[in-house]
Design a protein around this ligand. Structure first.
Ligand code: NAD
Length: 512
């Protein structure tokens, strides 16, 4: 092949480069055309841009040493509702709630009754680094989530955007792949600041996205509220703004979101697990599971698996882990984590109806199923050695490392790969987009029935490819996808993606 490796190939040691190993394996197996391979092993566009914003004044907690000079400062009594608590103990005061308040200040220092001494730090400005990677659009508009997190990078978004290309193909929805976001910890900002940051993000992105061009959705650190801000910014002042609702998915149902979207990714994870048991003539009743990450995906998956009769025995998040061999009441845990304003880190830590567990020991809890639903690379070699389960269902993107995968294979622990296990979110995002285009509103039962059919039939095609068992049933058709030999399940999923994507290049050809 005539091309210069040093120019157009992603370095092998980058996250993106490493993530392409399965792509190349599957591409070799199906003898993917060389030009299609070149198209897919790089993103179409990598956008990096910057967002500036003004921050509110913050009250910074003082150390004992710093506070020595203010021992005689009279405590100011203020209701909790005056403060917006932020990560690290900072407080922002709501101006309107302060009207009529009595406060005693000295050199910009205040003693808040019951909280201690704080020094006022003027707001100032910040500059944040923002990204949007558009990987491929052979099958339709770019589609992928927005992540607000402190550890994001171009390399990470390249990897995640490519994964969206594979995932939309596997889910059989007419989209390509994209991903983006902002490097920051959203917990360190007030809601008002997050709103201006998100508006500014869309202000910069407006030229690059659109209902039929690129459609963002929520991911780690973003939610339906962020999508509403983005929609407002994108469509502000436009005469046909009602026709632009489909520019983002994952919206609140009251402004054009789909029923079932919030839980869709977790619902898809649960449907895959149910089908895995179904294929063995078993049900989920009494199966014990652990879940890493108790956010949108992990929380919903846990709730739905419990409703299907499974038992949640341990949950781990960024701050800790909880364990109850008799079963954690997931509804109660959800209330504790997500509906308790005092639980600022939205953490499972401190949940009363379970034992606290070290984050590390979480992995060794006796279980049948493990659902990693937090960040990437959670299950590495040593972690995989400790797992006791029969099945790992990947709710998160890329939670298993190559070493972890080898250990799981050696130990006979099966995997439902992320690109099918967590495809429920993008599948229902597609339903939302269709409903927006048609100005329709489907019921949750309708959405879930479609999702169940779509996820289970695509998962069965993948299993058939893995087992080299081409079949046609009422529900699915894997003939034309198998490769004439058994292949690992993750490679099988990639084979399905590449066959569906390459059909577009082969039938439509290339524009010169
Ligand atoms: P979220 O922000 O709602 O929740 C993330 C959870 O992970 C939180 O409970 C957090 O405490 C936990 N977490 C973060 N860092 C951790 C660490 N180091 N160790 C343990 N736990 C940690 O995010 P989400 O939307 O639930 O997404 C979770 C994963 O699922 C991500 O990998 C995301 O890319 C993937 N995903 C999300 C969707 C979706 O629709 N939201 C769709 C497909 C894939």
């Amino acid at each position: 092949m005539l091309h210069d490796d040093s120019i157009d190939r992603e370095p092998q040691n980058s996250l993106f480069g490493k993530s392409l190993a399965v792509f190349h394996e599957a591409a070799d197996l199906i003898d993917l055309g060389p030009r299609i391979r070149l198209e897919l092993e790089q993103p179409d566009y990598e956008h990096i841009f910057y967002i500036t914003t003004k921050l509110d004044d913050r009250l910074k907690p003082m150390t004992q040493d710093e506070g020595k000079a203010y021992g005689s400062l009279r405590p100011s009594e203020l209701p909790d509702s005056v403060f917006i608590p932020l990560l690290g103990g900072d407080l922002v005061m709501k101006r309107e709630a302060l009207r009529g308040a009595t406060m005693t200040w000295q050199d910009g220092v205040v003693h808040l009754a019951g909280r201690g001494l704080f020094r006022m730090q003027p707001g100032g400005h910040v500059r944040l680094k923002a990204y949007r990677v558009q990987h491929n659009q052979a099958r339709g508009p770019y589609k992928g989530g927005l992540r607000y997190h402190k550890d994001v990078s171009l390399d990470l978004f390249n990897m995640l955007a490519a994964e969206m290309t594979w995932k939309t193909a596997i889910a059989g929805v007419p989209f390509g792949g994209a991903k983006g976001g902002i490097r920051m910890d959203p917990r360190a900002y007030t809601n008002g600041e997050l709103e201006t940051i998100s508006l500014r993000y869309m202000y910069r992105l407006k030229q690059l996205v659109g209902t039929n061009v690129d459609i963002p959705a929520p991911d780690v650190g973003t939610n339906s509220e962020v999508m509403a801000w983005l929609l407002r910014q994108y469509s502000d002042g436009e005469r046909e703004r009602h026709a632009m609702r489909g520019v983002v998915t994952g919206k609140d149902v009251q402004i054009g979101g789909s029923q079932g979207r919030v839980k869709a990714t977790g619902q898809g994870v649960a449907y895959c697990i149910e089908d895995w048991y179904d294929a063995r003539g078993l049900t989920l009743r009494g199966q014990r599971f652990t879940v890493q990450g108790f956010g949108n995906v992990g929380g919903a998956a846990a709730e739905i698996l419990c409703a299907m009769g499974a038992i949640c025995v341990a949950v781990q998040d960024a701050d800790g882990a909880v364990f109850n061999p008799a079963g954690i009441n997931v509804e109660e845990l959800t209330r504790y984590v997500h509906k308790n304003p005092k639980n600022l880190p939205r953490s499972v830590l401190g949940f009363g109806a379970a034992q606290q567990l070290s984050r590390d020991d979480f992995w060794a809890v006796e279980s049948d199923i493990c659902v990693p639903a937090a960040l990437g690379n959670a299950i590495d070699g040593p972690t995989a050695e400790r797992l006791t389960c029969k099945l790992v269902a990947e709710g998160a993107n890329g939670p298993t490392t190559r070493e972890g995968e080898a250990v799981l294979a050696r130990r006979g622990i099966e995997v439902i790969p992320d690109i099918i296990a967590n495809a429920g979110g993008v599948t229902v995002s597609y339903y939302e987009w269709v409903q927006n285009k048609r100005m329709e509103h489907w019921t949750e039962a309708e959405v879930n029935a479609r999702l169940e059919r779509a996820i289970k039939s695509n998962y069965r095609v993948i299993r058939d490819i893995a087992e080299d068992n081409p079949r046609r049933s009422e529900e699915h058709d894997s003939s034309g996808f198998t490769v004439g030999a058994r292949v690992p399940i993750r490679v099988a999923a990639m084979v399905l993606a590449l066959r569906r994507i390459s059909a577009h290049y082969m039938l439509e050809g290339f524009s010169q």
